[in-house]
Structures are given as C-alpha cells and as structure tokens.
Design a protein around this ligand. Structure first.
Ligand code: SF4
Ligand code: SF4
Length: 322
C-alpha cells in the first residue's frame, strides 16, 4: 500500500534510512500519542477515562521529536487523535520536517467525515489505520459508538475513491474468529488493507474477550486460511507470514523470547515523555531516550511487538512489493 506521495524508487532512500537507523540503534517507528483523551468507551481500555483537563498539558507540536528521531515511519495515535482540532497542523509540520518518512494515523473512525479525512490527507498523511473488529453492530457496541461500523465502511469507500490509503486494524478475539476472513474480503473489495493483532487483557485487566484454550484449533485453522489468502493475493493482509505463524504459539503460552519493544518502536506521550510500548508507563523525556533493553514480558502479542521481531524473509519482500 504505497502512498501516492512515494514512488517505487523511494524504496532506495527508505532502505538506506532503515540501515542507518538499525546501525545507530535508533527507532524505525515512532508513535506520537497526541492525546490520551478518547470519546469512545471501550471496556478493554481505560484511555477514555482521561480527564478533559489533560488537554492543557498536550504538546502543541511534535516537530522537534520528529526531526531528532527522523524515523522511517511515524504514527499519530492516542487516545483518539481526531479529538485534536490542531491535528492537521501537527501533521503538516512533521511532514515538512521528515521528507522520507511514512505518516499514518490510528483512529476509531467515529469522527472521520470525508471532509476531515481529506484535510488530514492533504496535511501529509500517507495512511489511515482504522480500528475494525466486526463488520456489524457488535463493533458499535464494543466501542460504544452507535452506527460506527456502517459509518466506517461508508466513509472508507469514498476515501478509497479519492485515492486515500486505508488499513483496518483488527484485533482477533474470542467472539470474532469467524469474522476475520469476511473483514479481509471486505478490505480487498474496498482496496484497503488489514493488519491483525490478538487480544490481550494487559490494558486494564478485562479478560472477557481472551481467546480460550478450546478455540486454539479454530485459531490455527484461521491462520492457515490467512496464509493461504496471502499466497493467492499479497498486499491486503499487511502482517508478515512469520507473525501470523506465531499467533498459536503465543496463545499456547509457548513464547519465551524477550520482548524487544522500545528498541525499533517507541511511544511518545502527549507531554513528550517516552515509553517502550503503549502499555508500559512513560519513564523519561524523549530527549533522554537511549534505548530500552529487551524485557522478559509476554503480556501482549500486538503486531507492533511481533513484527519488530520478524526476520527479513523473502515473503516480507513480496509483501512490500505487493
Ligand atoms: S481502545 Fe481506542 S477507541 Fe477504545 S477507548 Fe481506547 S483509545 Fe479509545
Ligand atoms: S510484551 Fe512487550 S509490547 Fe507487549 S506489553 Fe510486554 S513489553 Fe509491552
């Protein structure tokens, strides 16, 4: 899903940048958490409980951090980033400061009108990542936003017509195992992508949607379906084959390798403090970042954690080229 801002020859400067960042042990992907506030109220996340007064502490610009890290990819996230009325300005400044850098935004999509999507795109975004765990009202109930799934699907159709890149971020849970392939097929029909992660209760202890042991065989069958889909049609599912193959292992609690979060990916919170991953506390200002050591934690297996450990295989190049 190459952004129209970049042409195939840009793979060269991106590859050069990747090599430089890895050699100097600097993050490849930086998440700017532009606000922790959120107007959804998911039962598995407590960000929406962030007091409104926190708005006064939010940075008005992330451009210094963008320049200092100059990573390959920057994600604007939250909380819900579209709550910020100055988001276009924040993105435009960062886009000007980091010419070879892929800019994405993670959103629940509830406030993403066509007009807002267009102004964010024009500000310099290369991709929208919209959460979508079900294609029907179950998604509305999970986020507690009436009509959300239908609105997302309507809006994305127009966004794609206008040439905007869209990816669905989909979390595999105990009650949507039969919905994953339909989401993949809907994304394909829309010309969008899908990135899958697996549910964890680490955010706030809500274990309601954890995949149960009696579902492990169904998960393995799903992984086989996803890999078969990728063999036929690359470029829709954006996870690496390797990551997908690890999911059953993670669920069976066989994963022993340390987590390398904070090494190639970091999160910078709304006040400029850095943390190794979204579920660990911030512990220093971004100017003091000097890397994080691998940690013995297997609390999650989000794609951002798993993909950072994925080996550079032929299938990853095939994904990239697709
Ligand atoms: S998961 Fe996302 S949409 Fe839900 S409350 Fe947390 S930040 Fe908001
Ligand atoms: S496994 Fe890694 S990314 Fe996940 S919560 Fe633990 S430290 Fe964070």
């Amino acid at each position: 899903m190459m952004s129209p801002r970049y042409k195939p020859w840009h793979l060269l400067p991106f590859a050069w940048k990747y090599a430089r960042l890895r050699l100097t042990r600097r993050p490849v992907l930086v998440h700017f958490e532009v606000t922790m506030r959120c107007n959804a109220s998911c039962s598995f996340c407590d960000y929406w409980k962030t007091p409104a007064e926190e708005k006064a502490r939010e940075l008005t610009s992330f451009v210094d951090a963008a320049r200092a890290f100059d990573p390959m990819m920057i994600t604007f996230t939250g909380g819900e980033p579209t709550l910020r009325r100055d988001l276009e300005q924040i993105i435009a400044e960062v886009a000007r400061a980091t010419p070879i850098c892929y800019l994405t935004m993670i959103t629940h999509g509830g406030m993403l009108s066509i007009e807002r999507a267009q102004t964010l795109w024009d500000a310099g975004l290369d991709q929208f990542s919209i959460s979508l765990d079900y294609l029907d009202e179950r998604h509305d109930a999970a986020r507690r936003i009436p009509g959300l799934a239908a609105k997302i699907l309507r809006t994305v159709a127009v966004m794609r017509d206008r040439g905007m890149n869209v990816r669905f971020n989909t979390v595999i849970k105990d009650d949507n195992l039969d919905d994953i392939m339909p989401i993949v097929h809907r994304a394909e029909a829309l010309g969008a992508g899908v990135n899958l992660s697996v549910y964890t209760d680490f955010k706030n202890g809500n274990a309601d949607r954890l995949i149960r042991a009696d579902q492990f065989a169904r998960v393995q069958a799903l992984v086989d379906e996803l890999l078969a889909f990728k063999r036929r049609r690359r470029g829709v599912i954006t996870n690496s084959d390797w990551y997908l193959r690890q999911l059953p292992r993670y669920l069976r609690r066989e994963m022993r390798e340390p987590c390398r979060s904070g090494e190639t990916t970091i999160h910078i919170d709304p006040t400029g403090q850095v943390r190794r991953c979204p579920d660990f506390p911030a512990d220093k200002h971004w100017r003091a970042y000097d890397g994080y050591a691998p940690i013995d934690c297997n609390a999650c297996y989000y794609a951002c954690r798993g993909e950072a450990q994925a080996p550079l295989t032929l299938s990853r190049f095939q994904d990239l080229l697709a």
